[in-house]
Write a protein that binds this ligand. Structure first.
Ligand code: HEC
Ligand code: HEC
Ligand code: HEC
Length: 170
């Protein structure tokens, strides 16, 4: 990953609740340096609100300029944003999945996914929901550092009358 700026809790609510650093179960409350850290509520409550995950719509936060993360550590790293959607049709009775390259390549490098997780050919990777729920494919990130797998409609977002394959990004 080019940068890791998110970490998802299990929250699912219409009103934001961010645990304080001293009782999030991750930081040591007895560490005297804890008061130097910024509280999540201070940083996250000013960003576009989401009902799931860590309660920030990160794609919007980036698009609308709320955050401006550094894209590269080494000046010679080549950043490539790809505006290409893949319509994935093996969804049984659920809606088809639209995988947007743009929203991903604004955070990630091609090599984060190709070819270790996904083949660079539409339909070539044997993705199933069970494998995703076991932490493979999309589940490497979704439910860990990106929005959780309970948000079915965000992936299963297009009608099954849509032509599967590769389309220009929206
Ligand atoms: C992070 C994206 C993502 C989320 C969230 C997600 N899915 Fe999927 N789902 C996929 C992908 C990708 C496939 C495989 C599509 C393909 O290979 O053509 C799939 C396949 C499926 C299938 C087909 C059968 C199978 O076992 O593969 C069903 C049914 C399904 N999902 C239901 C759900 C339901 C219900 C939820 C919410 C609880 C959900 N999905 C959440 C991405 C997602
Ligand atoms: C977050 C993961 C991810 C990242 C990052 C990513 N891709 Fe993909 N890419 C996919 C998935 C998923 C598919 C569809 C694979 C499938 O259907 O088997 C795909 C498919 C493709 C395809 C096939 C299109 C076709 O005509 O069949 C190409 C080409 C491709 N990616 C290029 C790139 C390039 C170039 C980058 C970097 C700029 C990139 N990808 C970054 C996940 C990713
Ligand atoms: C290498 C990590 C990674 C993988 C693998 C990955 N994603 Fe994502 N995805 C992200 C990140 C990071 C974001 C942006 C943060 C967020 O929305 O939670 C994102 C956002 C999205 C969005 C939201 C786009 C928007 O405009 O709001 C969709 C839809 C999505 N992913 C679908 C998928 C599907 C479908 C797969 C598997 C075919 C997949 N992702 C695989 C990391 C990943």
């Amino acid at each position: 990953m080019l940068m890791v700026v998110m970490c998802c809790g299990a929250a699912h609510s219409d009103t934001p609740v961010w645990k304080s650093i001293s009782d999030d179960g991750i930081h040591d409350p007895d560490n005297p340096a804890i008061s130097l850290l910024q509280e999540p509520v201070t940083a996250l409550s000013i960003l576009p609100f989401d009902t799931a995950g860590n309660q920030v719509l990160w794609v919007r936060a980036l698009q609308e300029g709320y955050i401006d993360p550094r894209t590269n550590i080494y000046p010679d790293t080549n950043i490539k944003v790809l505006d290409l959607d893949i319509i994935m049709p093996r969804t049984g009775s659920a809606k088809y999945v639209r995988f947007p390259h743009r929203a991903h390549t604004e955070w990630l490098d091609c090599s984060n996914c190709h070819d270790a997780i996904f083949k660079a050919k539409a339909g070539a990777t044997p993705v199933t929901m069970l494998k995703i729920l076991s932490g493979e494919y999309c589940g490497r990130c979704h439910g860990a550092v990106a929005f959780p797998l309970t948000e079915c409609d965000r992936c299963h977002s297009v009608s099954s009358a849509t032509q599967p394959g590769v389309v220009k990004g929206q």
